[in-house]
Design a protein around this ligand. Structure first.
Ligand code: ADP
Ligand code: ZN
Length: 616
């Protein structure tokens, strides 16, 4: 057995490497530089933690990990300490006395893995300290923070290239979950990683089930979804994140959910900093909190047991959507990504782009990104195929998204598309201005509204030709026409629709159009899929004995986490706990076989766990 595998087993309690972990670890332990692109939850931490231990044991010195996220550093150090690794952190949360103690340990070679904030690392004082220390490797986590184009840009990251100049013989491993090639090249350039090996993993997150429903009272739909799929046996519910576009909506939604029995908290940049931090800490440390947030609640959420991410508003781009949904299920267990969207969302995002201060080129890029996301919402094919294709990865239908599980039927919508397109054409021709979907649908359905009479649209030839279809059916058609580029949302922020280039061929009857059939009862889609088995509740499949074990273990874990001052998942992940409940080991030897239990945890908690199980 290789040393790396032995450490995986002894320290972390896992039996096999995942994906390219083994290759990466060998490469870095041998002193090579590399860039690792791996999705969230892919297992990046072990890629530098194990080489750090290997190199420390071989006498090369301490592994220095640069991370921009204070909460994440603290969790990692707590988890490593639990696993028996001599790990420490240096960041702004330490008192000067605590910091000096860490520095002394560092100089004395007593630390195996040290987490440092970038601004601390780059101080002349700390670099001097490193000159007097043996350094075994540098790991640069969240390496995309060097990218000036990304939203996580950290100016201090740019200076990290100094590491290479100052410590040319120390291997560097940079890691990120940001997939696009632009960011990748920027990292290589800015961190001077030209000779580094690049390890790219698939960005698929197979444990996440993607689902996009038509908006029809989104809050109620959200509540139905949580109730159907995320309640636990004991009346509580899973941890989850709900994203909304505006601060006001965040507040209102959190309040509304709380009024309906959900343990919901709000988070946005406009809140009092202290309250915000308190909410974040509760979300991290407690089990079963739903955080309703704007995208300000972002990087640094490394809570592994977030069981769902819900969107009540459309994000700006596929990148944003994938990053946000990626916060679900980091522990690899089943998780849900759920979104409710409607035409209004598209119009709103478009307006935000038009009204922004960006130049035209930037606006065009933003519009194209929005279009890609719209394509995802309206696709009749596999969502995952669509998402991965956007990131230049090809895949087959996944079997774990709404369109795979309940393939939408399609219909020949050529005639209806022609009606809608010619309605756009006629009304604009008559009035010399363009109109939005609501008005156009009124015209098609022959509603004699005041606006229609005022513009004389009851006289146009398309008035009333579409009265056989309901308003929501027409909405679905308009959304798809936009997604296909047959209609384009006008600049100017009012949601007016213009004919797109390909509309001509459809109007002339040269091209037919296949549309996705509207799901008949959108409000119920959560429940329906729920019966398909998305329940992520561990207890759902447990027999009575296992359930009793599980409850006893959870009580033990809660008490232990509390007395250690760490989140429950730092003690044991749910997966480990569930396996313990199922297998109910009766000896320390049996216990050691359970994934997630390394030598240190075995020694520390083994007897307590056996005792807790015996007492059931
Ligand atoms: P990332 O930093 O890439 O988002 P982490 O390093 O936090 O992911 O790993 C995600 C989860 O997967 C963690 O719970 C970790 O313990 C677990 N994990 C990583 N590698 C393995 C492995 N080889 N076997 C089992 N579990 C693993
Ligand atoms: Zn699919």
């Amino acid at each position: 057995m290789s040393r790396a595998l032995a450490i995986l087993k002894e320290v972390f309690g896992y039996h096999a490497f995942r994906g390219r972990q083994a290759e990466i670890i060998d490469h870095v332990a041998d002193g090579g530089d590399c860039l690792v692109l791996m999705p969230t939850g892919g297992g990046k931490s072990l890629c530098y933690q194990i080489p750090a231990l290997l190199r420390q044991q071989a006498g090369h010195g301490v592994g220095i990990v640069v991370s921009p996220l204070i909460a994440l550093m603290q969790d990692q150090v707590a988890a490593l300490t639990e696993a028996g690794v001599r790990a420490a952190v240096l960041n702004s949360t330490l008192s000067s006395g605590e910091a000096s103690a860490v520095e002394r340990d560092l100089l004395a070679g007593r630390i195996e893995v040290l987490y440092v904030a970038p601004e601390r690392l780059m101080t002349p004082r700390f670099l001097d300290l490193l000159d007097r220390t043996r350094v075994g490797l540098f790991a640069i986590d969240e390496a995309h923070c060097v990218s000036q184009w990304g939203h996580d840009f950290r100016p201090e990251y740019i200076q990290l290239s100094v590491l290479h100049e100052r410590f040319p013989n120390v291997p560097r491993i940079a890691l990120t979950a940001t997939a696009d090639s632009l960011t990748r090249n920027e990292i290589i350039e800015r961190l001077a990683l030209d000779d580094a090996r690049v390890f790219i993993s698939s960005f698929d997150r197979p444990n996440i089930r993607y689902r996009i429903v038509e908006k029809d009272n989104a809050r109620q739909q959200l509540l139905a979804f949580i109730k159907a799929e995320h309640m636990n046996g004991d009346g509580g519910h899973d941890s989850g994140i709900v994203y909304c576009l505006s601060r006001k909506k965040v507040e209102e939604t959190a309040q509304w959910l709380a009024g309906h029995g959900i343990n919901a908290l709000a988070y946005h940049a406009g809140m009092d900093a202290q309250v915000r931090q308190h909410h974040q800490a509760r979300f991290r440390e407690e089990e079963g909190i739903v955080m309703v947030a704007t995208i300000a609640f972002g990087m640094g959420i490394d809570k592994p047991d977030v069981r769902f991410v819900a969107h009540l508003d459309l994000p700006k781009s596929m990148e944003g959507y994938y990053q946000e949904t990626g916060r679900a299920g980091r522990d690899g267990l089943p998780a849900n990504a759920w979104m409710a969207y409607g035409l209004g969302d598209v119009v709103q995002q478009k307006r935000m782009i038009d009204e922004s201060e960006a130049d035209d080129a930037h606006k065009r890029v933003s519009s194209a990104k929005l279009d890609a996301l719209l394509g995802l919402c309206e696709t009749a094919g596999c969502r995952r195929v669509r998402i991965l294709a956007y990131f230049d990865e090809s895949a087959g239908p996944c079997g774990n998204c709404d369109t795979c599980l309940e393939p939408p039927s399609t219909w020949d919508g050529t005639r209806e598309a022609q009606m809608a397109l010619s309605c756009v054409y006629r009304t604009a021709q008559t009035s010399r201005v363009h109109f939005g979907a609501t008005h156009l649908i009124d015209v098609l359905r022959g509603n004699s509204t005041e606006k229609i009479r005022q513009w004389g649209h009851d006289k146009v030839s398309t008035f009333g030709i579409g009265k056989d279809l309901s308003v929501s059916e027409w909405h679905a058609i308009f959304r798809q026409l936009i997604a296909h580029g047959l209609l384009v949302i006008d600049h100017g922020g009012h949601g007016a629709l213009l004919l797109g280039e390909p509309a001509r061929a459809v109007l002339k009857g040269e091209q037919s159009i296949t549309l996705r059939r509207q799901v008949s009862k959108p409000a119920k889609s959560g429940e329906r899929a729920g019966r398909g088995g998305t329940r992520t509740d561990h207890t759902a499949t447990m027999d009575a004995d296992t359930l009793a074990n599980w409850e006893a273990l959870r009580r033990w874990r809660t008490a232990t986490a509390k007395s250690h001052g760490v989140p429950a998942y730092v003690i044991f992940h749910d997966a480990t706990l569930a396996e313990l409940a199922r297998s109910a080991p009766e000896s320390l030897d049996d216990l050691a076989e359970v994934p997630g239990i390394g030598a240190s945890k075995l020694e520390r908690y083994g007897d307590e766990i056996l005792e807790a199980l015996r007492a059931v």
